[in-house]
Design a protein around this ligand. Structure first.
Ligand SMILES: CC(C)(COP(=O)(O)OP(=O)(O)OC[C@H]1O[C@@H](n2cnc3c(N)ncnc32)[C@H](O)[C@@H]1OP(=O)(O)O)[C@@H](O)C(=O)NCCC(=O)NCCSC(=O)/C=C/c1ccc(O)cc1
Length: 402
C-alpha cells in the first residue's frame, strides 16, 4: 500500500511506502456465530447419529462412541446439517456413493454466511464502517472452490473492492491462530490498516457414517464461526480501544509428526485423521513453544523489557491468563498437567468446549470472546495457543491493557 504525494523535484506525484503503525496490533472487535440448524445435546448424539445413518446394528461402535462422548467434556454442539438434509442426501453417509459435489454445493453459501454473522458482530463492536476494512484474512477447512469464501464474505459485508484478501485453507484447528498472527503482521506494517480475520467451519464436509476410524471426530467436532478486527495505533475517533494487544507471535512445527493429524479431500468429502498420540505430543511440546514465544522467538531484540518473565520467580505460568484451543478434553488436561496450571486457568477453554465442542480454527475466537467477558479479572499478560496438522503450534503473547 502506498499513498500519493509530490516527489522530491516537486513534479507530479510519487508513491511513497506506507509507514509502519505505532505500537503492537490489538483486537478491536470480536464476534462469534453458530448455525441455527441443529443444537445437539451430547448425550443424545450417539443415538441420533446411528439412527440417521442406518448404523444401529453396529452396537459395539455405538457403545464406544457413547463412552467417548461421555468423556469429551462437551454438553452440546451446533451443526448446519439437519435431519431433513441428511434424508435428502444419503450420499453423505453411504461410503459407496460420491458426495463431494453435494458437500461443495452446501458449503458455498453456508461457510461465508456463517462468517458474515460473526463478522457483523465484530464490526459493530469495533465501531467503524465495514468500508474502512483494508484487509481480509479468511480461514476454513470446510470450503473449496474459486472465487472462494473470502470474496463471498467481502461481497456480503459490502467491503471495498480494494480490500486485500488472503485465503487460508485446510489449516484445520490452527487456522484461527495463523490468521490472527498474519493479521498482526499486516496491521503493524501498514499504518492505518484494519484487518478482518474470519474463521468459519462446518463439519458437513467430513460428516459420514460412523466407522472404526472416525469416532473421536464425531464425538468432538462442531460448527461455528469467529471474527476479529485487528488494528494498531494511532487509533481513530469512535473506534473501540484495544481488547487484547497482540504482543508477539510464533509458529512451531513439531518435527516428524506429519502423520499425527491430517485431512484428505476425496470423492467422499474430507477424511480426517486424528492420532491417539496428539494429546501427548502437544503436552510434550507446548512448554518449548511458550518459552520460544515469551523469550522473543527468532527476534532477539523483542525478548527484553516489555515482556513478562513467567519463567523466573515462583509464579511462572500461573501469572498469565490463557487462551488455549480446546482441541479435546485430554489435550487441556495434559496442558494443565505439564504447565502445573491452577484449575481455573483453562476455564474459558473448558467452557467453550462444553458449550460448542471443537469448531476447529474458529474455536480460538470463542475462547478470546469468553476471556474478554472476564477481562476485569485477568492478569495483565496472557498466552494464546492453537494447534493442528503439522503438528503445528501457534503461540501468541497477549496483553490485556488496563
Ligand atoms: C475426549 C477424548 C476424545 C476421549 O477422552 P478419553 O479420556 O481418552 O476417553 P477414554 O479413555 O474413554 O477413551 C475412549 C476410547 O477412544 C479411543 N481413542 C482416543 N483417542 C483416539 C484417537 N485419536 N483415535 C482413535 N481412538 C482414540 C481410546 O483408545 C479409547 O478406546 P477404547 O479403549 O476402545 O475404549 C480424548 O481422547 C481427547 O481429548 N483426545 C484428543 C482429541 C484430538 O486429537 N483432537 C484434535 C486436536 S487438533 C484439532 O483440534 C483439529 C484438527 C482437525 C483435523 C482435521 C479436520 O478436518 C479438522 C480439524
Amino acid at each position: 500500500m502506498g499513498s500519493c504525494g509530490t516527489n522530491s523535484n516537486g513534479h507530479g506525484t510519487a508513491v511513497v511506502p506506507r509507514p509502519h503503525a505505532q505500537g503492537p496490533a490489538a483486537m478491536l472487535g470480536i464476534g462469534t456465530a453458530n448455525p441455527t440448524g441443529v443444537l445437539m445435546p451430547q448425550d443424545v448424539f450417539p443415538d441420533t447419529l446411528f439412527r440417521l445413518t442406518n448404523s444401529d446394528h453396529l452396537t459395539h461402535l455405538k457403545q464406544k462412541l457413547t463412552r467417548i462422548c461421555g468423556n469429551a467434556g462437551i454438553d452440546k454442539r451446533h451443526f448446519h446439517l439437519t435431519e431433513e438434509a441428511l434424508a435428502a442426501h444419503p450420499e453423505l453417509f453411504d461410503p459407496e456413493l460420491l458426495s463431494l459435489d453435494t458437500r461443495v454445493d452446501m458449503t458455498v453459501d453456508a461457510v461465508p454466511k456463517l462468517a458474515q454473522c460473526a463478522a457483523a458482530k465484530a464490526i459493530a463492536e469495533w465501531g467503524r464502517p465495514a468500508t474502512e476494512i483494508t484487509h481480509l484474512v479468511f480461514t476454513t477447512y470446510s470450503a473449496c472452490g474459486a472465487p472462494s469464501a473470502d470474496l463471498r464474505l467481502a461481497t456480503l459485508l459490502g467491503l471495498r473492492p480494494t480490500v486485500s484478501r488472503t485465503m487460508l485453507s485446510l489449516h484445520g484447528c490452527y487456522g484461527g491462530g495463523r490468521a490472527l498472527g498474519l493479521a498482526k503482521e499486516l496491521a503493524e506494517n501498514n499504518r492505518g490498516a484494519r484487518v478482518l480475520v474470519a474463521c468459519s467451519e462446518t463439519t458437513l464436509v467430513c460428516f459420514g457414517a460412523p466407522d472404526g476410524g472416525n469416532l473421536v471426530g464425531h464425538a468432538i467436532f462442531g460448527d461455528g464461526a469467529g471474527a476479529v478486527i485487528v488494528g494498531a495505533g494511532p487509533f481513530l475517533e469512535g473506534e473501540q480501544r484495544p481488547i487484547f494487544e497482540m504482543v508477539h507471535a510464533t509458529q512451531t512445527t513439531v518435527p516428524k509428526t506429519e502423520h499425527a493429524l491430517g485431512m484428505q479431500v476425496s470423492g467422499g468429502g474430507i477424511d480426517f485423521h486424528l492420532s491417539i498420540q496428539v494429546p501427548t505430543l502437544i503436552g510434550h511440546n507446548v512448554q518449548g513453544c511458550l518459552i520460544h514465544a515469551f523469550c522473543g522467538g527468532d527476534d532477539d531484540d523483542i525478548g527484553g523489557a516489555h515482556l513478562p518473565s513467567p519463567l523466573s520467580g515462583n509464579g511462572k505460568w500461573n501469572d498469565l491468563f490463557w487462551a488455549v484451543h480446546p482441541g479435546g478434553r485430554l489435550i487441556l488436561d495434559n496442558i494443565d498437567k505439564v504447565l502445573k496450571l491452577e484449575p481455573e486457568k483453562l476455564a474459558a477453554s473448558r467452557r467453550v468446549l462444553r458449550e460448542y465442542g471443537n469448531m476447529s480454527g474458529a474455536t480460538i475466537v470463542f475462547v478470546l470472546d469468553e476471556l474478554r467477558r472476564r477481562r476485569s479479572l485477568l492478569p495483565e499478560w496472557g498466552a494464546m495457543l492453537a494447534f493442528g496438522p503439522g503438528v503445528t503450534i501457534e503461540t501468541m503473547v497477549l496483553r490485556c491493557p488496563r
